[in-house]
Design a binder for this molecule. Structure first.
Ligand SMILES: C[S@@+](CC[C@H](N)C(=O)[O-])C[C@H]1O[C@@H](n2cnc3c(N)ncnc32)[C@H](O)[C@@H]1O
Length: 211
């Protein structure tokens, strides 16, 4: 692994609750795709797009990509046949890279740990790939991520295995099911970088109708 990519991945992987990752991603934005794809063998975007495609017809599905970064997930969704994809991210540097890919309908700058500037119940699916964990989006914020989704919409997430347990996501995922906010369809552990030992979790959950 190259030294620079090693150093940045180390920084972003050792954030603590309350830290912000925005400056790291602003700095990383220009070399993020090269590091992730060429050096780490990052496969989460393709896995997420395939997981969504396994569950829904591509036609007319409006997707919100939370923590869209440089647009790798939007690109995989487009390649899978999903054409209506909006993205939201806190880092202007990452959004600039995403704009250049021209795979999103709308790109919004926003902080997913606050109220999101999206209407209720307007999307058929959401992706949140690599964007949950310390210094990113915490488990407490998931109900707000579900608000812009219609009942029956799918929430697809892939997250780092270390944060899954330590950040209380395992508990939160079960609690959301007990509270009838979502129904978990898939929850599977897999290695999401082919060039590194990087265990993570794939979640596919369906938003439940609220009374
Ligand atoms: C590891 S990157 C993943 C990007 C993309 N989803 C991918 O798979 O390549 C994490 C992204 O989450 C974004 N992010 C972190 N905290 C955020 C927050 N509070 N609100 C919105 N985006 C955030 C970062 O700016 C970064 O683009």
């Amino acid at each position: 692994m190259g030294k620079e990519s090693d150093r940045i991945l180390g920084r972003v992987s050792h954030l603590e609750d309350g830290d912000s990752s925005r400056d790291i991603y602003d700095d990383w934005s220009g070399s993020y795709d090269h590091h992730l794809i060429e050096e780490f063998g990052y496969i989460s975007p393709d896995i997420a797009a395939q997981a969504l495609s396994d569950e829904v017809e591509e036609d007319e599905v409006a997707i919100i990509d939370y923590g869209c970064g440089t647009g790798l997930v939007g690109q995989s969704l487009n390649q899978q046949g999903f054409e209506i994809v909006d993205g939201i991210d806190i880092s202007e540097g990452m959004l600039q890279q995403a704009r250049e890919k021209q795979v999103y309908r709308n790109l919004i700058r926003g902080d997913l740990t606050t109220r999101i500037a999206l209407d209720d119940a307007v999307y058929d699916a959401a992706t949140c790939i690599g964007s949950m964990g310390a210094g990113h989006v915490g488990a407490d914020h998931i109900p707000e991520l579900l608000r812009p989704l219609r009942a029956g919409a799918l929430f697809v997430s892939i997250m780092n295995g270390m944060y899954y347990a330590a950040g209380g996501f395992d508990r939160a995922f079960r609690q959301l099911e007990s509270d009838s906010l979502w129904r978990v369809r898939r929850l599977e552990e897999f290695n999401y970088m082919t060039q590194l030992e990087r265990p993570g979790w794939l979640l596919v959950a369906e938003k439940q109708a609220q009374d």
